[in-house]
Design a protein around this ligand. Sequence first.
Ligand code: GNR
Ligand code: NI
Length: 141
Amino acid sequence: MDDMLETMYAAPGVGLAAPQVAVHKRVIVVDTSRGDSDRSPIRMANPEIIEMSDDLAVYDEGCLSFPDQYAEVERPAKVRVRFIDYDNEIREMEAEELLSTCIQHEMDHLDGKLFVDHISMLKRNMILRKMSKLKKTGALK
Ligand code: GNR
Ligand code: NI
């Protein structure tokens, strides 16, 4: 789990899900503090959303799986998450703003979903076309 955190900080990213680094576990790490000096990583195993707000929030999301591509994604503004923490204790926490977006984004990865699955087909195709162009020109592996 700590190598996941290192990968996330190196990226740099505010979240990472195990499947992104070929680990087949329901584990995510997030850190929205963004400061190098005061890191506050949250490690979650088996995260479950047990409550979500009716009101939605839009965030301009990016993903390490789609370098340099961003799109506005609408998701529940607040979520309550139950998970197993680093000490194997069941915990719950409430998240809003970037943290809420990030947890939902990472949990999607656990189910093989990506942020482009939340946007219009037009925008999705635009991103996918740009990505294949980058791959063709060798800018991306
Ligand atoms: O680094 C990341 N930033 C980000 C910004 C807005 C919404 C979600 C994210 S997650 C992303 C890292 C990533 O792709 N994790 O899966
Ligand atoms: Ni992602």
